[in-house]
Design a protein around this ligand. Sequence first.
Ligand code: MG
Length: 163
Amino acid sequence: MLEKKLESALNKQVNAELWSAYLYLSMSYDMDDKGYEGIASWFALQAKEEFEHASRFMKFIGETGGKVMLMPIETVKQEWKTPQHAFEDTLKHEKVVTRKIYALMDMAIELKNYPTQSMLKWFVDEQVEEEDTASKILEKLKKIESSPAGLYALDKQLGKREE
Ligand code: MG
């Protein structure tokens, strides 16, 4: 049985994950506009993953007797000066998401809701990976900052990301 307080917090997280999908979709189209097709495709897959995160939360809410409440999704930024700016925002955003997951875990522990703790464990691990991936790409981008050839190669490499 899902406590009302936790049900509401998990529904907010559904919204946050959908907002993440929106953000990465926006980055994807902006990068495509700027000629970075590989990076655009990387962000499109990232958006898809965020939608899957939202789905995971929705499924759990349903399974534990809660009600899924879909709320409006706030608008996102539409343009980034360079791929580096997009990945700086990506890393910043993933750190915010990590704090949200930790806050949910704190609540689940406080309420002694073990199924929620178990479900959230997957997200704790996932966030380690998300932050690591974003920070590694950002480091590469910083190194090749003023090299069009380097950027071209990285764009190609990121375009090879598979689901
Ligand atoms: Mg996510």
